[in-house]
Design a protein around this ligand. Structure first.
Ligand code: NAD
Ligand code: ZN
Length: 359
């Protein structure tokens, strides 16, 4: 027993409905599954998806129908373990993989559990998220943080794992040229992983100079400010120009914006790979002939799967990716509703906000 005897309730950051986030007292969950552990949440990053639920109440088919605890980019400390737990122990500092698939789907059995239709993912309706004091998670969805990796870095393992998964699917190889649209957290981290996997040139494209400036810390060798360029063909020409007349073999769209999707397909070298990481409008128009005549491999990517969290921790631990420069803002747990407002209202200033605690 590691919660104090008096503790029966804890505070949660709850999205009540579109446009309203409050702090709410909730009962502390009881550890009953022998393979689960109780974690004390220490650091949580605010993700664009949380802000999207706050703004609109839905992402695609996931619709908020009841109040939901927010947060899925968290790290914590193990405070209690189920009787069958062998992989972690009380006191371990861990990154928490926030989606637990069913063991009964074809996708899980095929080794692609991120595609499991029964996935229970934190802060995706109807599942509650991690912005609470105590959170229950299975032992095999935790990755221990080495002593020299901070809990803040541990929270950023979540978006880094998105980049790891995308770069693995892209099969990035030594010496390649990579192009990344969107220098938000996901784009910056995807570019950083591509560089760590061997890409020698990494071109970032964004419309915010402040984000492009940061891209040099994430493997960026060239930055293209799309706000200064009119028309996708001119954008493609500028990308080729900064690459000395060459074209990228690997393109990641991490913006979800139609002009980037179109320019990315046009910019990609024949025989190359285009990876759709960003989520935007459901329907966009793409240059289809270019996909055919260049034999492009067009690859979707969704979250992360087996090994990605471990590899993300390893990339941080070994110093191959430094996630710390992403953090631009901190808020206390009690101020979480303000943190979401800030993220919603100042998207060009914020890269990543961390919510500390609760204590
Ligand atoms: N595939 C997945 O599993 C997965 C996981 C997490 C996030 N995502 C998606 O990845 C995308 C990036 O996530 P994020 O958290 O970094 O979001 P973000 O909003 O912080 O970053 C998007 C970036 O794209 C830039 N951008 C927008 N329109 C542009 C344009 N026309 N030209 C150039 N740049 C443009 C923005 O300025 C911003 O910097 C989002 O669409 C998100 O939904 C996908
Ligand atoms: Zn996220």
């Amino acid at each position: 027993m590691t919660t104090t005897q008096q503790e029966t309730h804890h505070q949660a950051v709850v999205l009540q409905h579109k446009g309203l986030i409050t702090l709410e007292e909730k009962p502390i969950p009881v550890l009953s599954d022998p393979h689960y552990v109780r974690l004390q949440i220490k650091k949580t990053g605010i993700c664009g998806s949380d802000v999207h639920y706050y703004k609109t109440g839905a992402i695609g088919d996931f619709v908020l129908k009841a109040p939901m605890v927010l947060g899925h980019e968290s790290s914590g400390v193990v405070v209690e373990v189920g009787r069958a737990v062998t992989m972690v122990k009380v006191g371990d500092r861990v990154a928490i993989e926030p989606g637990v698939p069913s063991r009964y789907s074809d996708e899980t059995k095929a080794g692609r559990y991120n595609l499991c239709p029964h996935m229970a993912f934190a802060a995706t309706p109807p599942y509650d998220g991690t912005l609470v004091k105590y959170y229950l998670a299975p032992e095999d969805f935790l990755v221990k943080l080495p002593d020299h990796v901070s809990l803040e870095e541990g929270a950023l393992v979540e978006p880094l794992s998105v980049g790891v998964h995308a770069a693995k699917l892209a099969e990035v190889r030594y010496g390649q040229r990579a192009l990344v649209f969107g220098a938000g957290p996901v784009g910056l981290l995807t570019g950083a992983v591509a560089a760590a996997f061997g890409a020698k040139d990494v071109v970032f494209v964004d419309v915010h100079a402040i984000k492009l400036k940061l891209s040099t810390k994430f493997g960026g060798t060239h930055a293209v400010d799309a706000s200064r360029i009119v028309g996708e063909d001119n954008l493609v020409a500028e990308i080729e120009r900064v690459l000395g007349g060459e074209q990228p073999e690997v393109v990641f769209d991490c913006s979800g914006a139609e002009p980037c999707v179109r320019a990315g397909i046009k910019a990609c070298k024949a025989g190359g790979t285009y990876v759709q990481v960003g989520v935007g409008k459901d329907d966009v128009t793409v240059p289809l002939t270019a996909i055919g005549t260049k034999e492009l491999r067009v690859q979707g990517t969704f979250r992360y799967a087996f090994g990605d969290y471990r590899d993300a921790v390893r990339l941080i631990s070994d110093g191959d990716v430094d996630v710390k420069p992403l953090i631009t803002h901190h808020f206390k747990f009690e101020d979480a509703p303000k943190a979401y407002d800030f993220n919603m209202n100042f998207p060009s200033e914020v890269i990543k906000t961390i919510i500390d605690g609760p204590e």
